[in-house]
Design a protein around this ligand. Structure first.
Ligand code: TRP
Length: 329
């Protein structure tokens, strides 16, 4: 049996990028008895950029409700909030002694955050990969279902684990590797013609967006004046729209618009209308479950409590060993 850990930073409800990236992998892995899965809400991580008390609870709950509405089953996987597990910050503290300032400064996501948050380059941003390593190593995980953008963080988690093993002369921590159950990681594009769908980029379609909101967002998606040469290569913005269509529409719809594109008689207005309606249809059952679970705060509390208990049982066993190895007793 392999141990699996993954989480999503809780900066608000989930979008289609989260769904087709992380959550689909979670759903498949939860059905496979080879895996013992720990899936969590990375709410401590959200404090690096979202420190307000009102945001904290709200964002954690939004991710929880969306996870459950997507079909994550708290009977099959351990589903919990990071901040309910005090063993994680303690391991984070201990791993910080093994993390070098230089290597942390070279992490791509840190450099990116520094560029975007010049006025608040806090040490939490710098040590983000250490906290993430603690999330993973606390359960001595083997596999971490994440997208390409997390590969460097995983490499750091292996480095810290290996350094610990080497320093104390053991092989206590296994090496955690990125993993996608579905083969190649899917990157879901945004609607602004740029790269990936992201919460901070304002280009996302959320699972709980109202149909009218989805229509508005999709109709605003960046396009161009259309192809003039048959069978020409699509520019990125158009590729993105087609990629979204492939995720939510059936094959004949995609084929219809591909053909229209290749024959240079595509009408982007029709393409977008179709895309919007198919996203609305795709979201509908999830949104319906969200609307039900949102009201059931007792159920939400129960799930978090059960998850915290199971997660802490595993986390405290690891931490106890770590303390013993370091000589803290
Ligand atoms: N850094 C991840 C992200 O931004 C979230 C995350 C935090 C995570 N801790 C983790 C993912 C541990 C996998 C395992 O999406």
């Amino acid at each position: 049996m392999e141990i699996v850990v993954s989480g999503i930073r809780s900066t608000g409800c989930l979008h289609l990028g989260n769904y087709f990236g992380a959550v689909q992998n979670f759903l498949k892995m939860q059905e496979d008895s080879n895996y013992h899965c720990f899936f969590f809400i990375a709410d401590f991580h959200s404090l690096t950029t979202h420190p307000k008390p009102d945001d904290f609870r709200k964002n954690t709950n939004e991710v929880l409700v969306d996870y459950l509405a997507c079909g994550l089953n708290p009977e099959k996987v351990v589903l919990y909030a990071q901040s309910d597990i005090p063993e994680i910050p303690e391991l984070y503290l201990l791993l910080n002694m093994l993390a070098y300032k230089g290597e942390l400064e070279r992490v791509a996501s840190f450099k990116d955050k520094v560029r975007k948050n010049e006025e608040n380059v806090n040490a939490g941003l710098l040590t983000y990969p250490v906290l993430m390593a603690a999330d993973i190593l606390i359960h001595r995980a083997h596999k971490v279902p994440v997208g390409k953008d997390q590969v460097q963080h995983l490499e750091m988690a292996r480095n810290f684990g290996n350094r610990f093993n080497h320093l104390y002369g053991n092989d206590f921590f296994p090496e955690p590797y990125p993993f996608t159950f579905t083969g190649t990681p899917i990157t879901v594009p945004g609607l602004d013609g740029s790269g990936k769908m992201g919460k901070s980029d304002g280009n996302g379609i959320y699972l709980r967006d109202e149909p009218e909101v989805i229509r508005k967002k999709v109709m605003k998606a960046v396009t161009d004046s259309g192809p003039t040469v048959p069978n020409s290569e699509k520019p990125d913005a158009i590729k993105n729209i087609f990629q979204l269509l492939t995720l939510v529409s059936d094959a004949s719809t995609v084929a219809h618009f591909e053909e229209a594109y290749n024959n240079c008689n595509i009408r982007y207005g029709d393409l977008k209308k179709q895309l919007a309606e198919d996203i609305i249809l795709f979201n509908a059952p999830i949104k319906e479950r969200i609307d039900g679970i949102i009201r059931d705060t007792d159920y939400q509390q129960m799930v978090l409590k059960l998850g915290a208990e199971k997660s802490r049982a595993s986390a405290s066993a690891t931490l106890k060993e770590v303390r013993k190895i370091i000589g803290i007793e």
